[in-house]
Design a protein around this ligand. Structure first.
Ligand code: FPP
Length: 251
């Protein structure tokens, strides 16, 4: 049985989030510059997007550029922004043909104007697509996201449109960038680093974590299927005891 055939479609996560890591190390292994790794990382983005959409995953969130990535050398930042613009232009047709909607989370206004405009155009051009939502986390960090959520909530309390007692977990979720999305059931990180790096800290409270040594440019459909199979073997208890779980809780 192929890896794809081993996946139980009924137990598919609705939302998979990925920390794409290892482009730089992969490029070094090839005796190339870091930007060569990012360029080849786009191939993996295409592979995984296609695999996720084919299976029926509803949301795929990719950590493409963190708040901390602004500290990288200027030429690498410029190359990443150019790559993003170029990829959106090249892939727009494929996104529409495959009924995939593009979305983005993060401090998007901090992106270079050309990149921001291009992103907004691509989001607009794919907004009616229904099969899957591909979410790019750009200039994103969970601490930034939570800070801006707290600021918005505090403003509402100050102006009297929200009372302090009404601040609940749902209210906090509604002020995050992911407010209309389900929380990821599965978070994947490539490259052998076992950390979260400021990604979706609120939303992954009960996510299953999957770490692989594979460097991002080498992550392909088969690797994605392997992660899903591993996830489907796990029992998700949400702090409960096994006897109290209904069959759906095992998803
Ligand atoms: C991490 O590898 C990767 C990034 C910071 C950028 C990810 C970008 C892409 C895959 C290409 C563009 C994406 C899209 C969605 C079009 P790293 O540079 O931190 O690698 P290292 O840890 O080995 O140095």
């Amino acid at each position: 049985m192929s890896l794809k055939e081993q996946i139980d479609i009924k137990k598919l996560p609705r939302h998979v989030a990925i920390i794409m890591d290892g482009n730089g190390r992969w490029a070094k292994q090839q005796g190339e510059q870091r930007t060569f790794g990012h360029k080849n990382g786009v191939t993996a983005v295409r592979e995984v997007t296609e695999a996720a959409a084919e299976l029926g995953v509803e949301y795929l969130t990719l950590y493409a550029f963190s708040t901390e990535n602004w500290n990288r050398p200027r030429n690498e930042i410029d190359a990443l922004m150019d790559l993003l613009i170029n990829t959106m232009n090249v892939e727009l047709k494929t996104l529409n043909e495959n009924d995939i909607r593009l979305s983005a989370i993060g401090d998007l206004k901090s992106l270079p104007t050309k990149c921001y405009d291009n992103l907004m155009q691509t989001i607009e051009a794919t907004k009616d697509n229904k099969r899957m939502t591909l979410v790019l986390a750009l200039s994103y960090s969970a601490k930034w996201e939570m800070t801006q959520a707290i600021q918005k909530i505090a403003s509402k309390v100050k102006e009297g449109t929200l009372s302090k007692e009404d601040i609940s977990e749902d209210v906090i979720s509604d002020h995050l960038c992911t407010k209309d999305m389900p929380e990821p059931e599965l978070l994947i990180r490539t490259s052998g680093e076992n950390r979260i790096s400021n990604f979706l800290l609120w939303q992954i409270a009960y996510s299953e974590l999957y770490f692989t040594k594979t460097l991002w440019p080498e992550f392909d459909k088969e690797e994605f299927y392997t992660a899903l199979i591993d996830y489907q073997k796990r029992e998700r208890r949400f702090g409960n005891v096994p006897e109290n779980l209904s069959s759906t809780d095992h998803a």
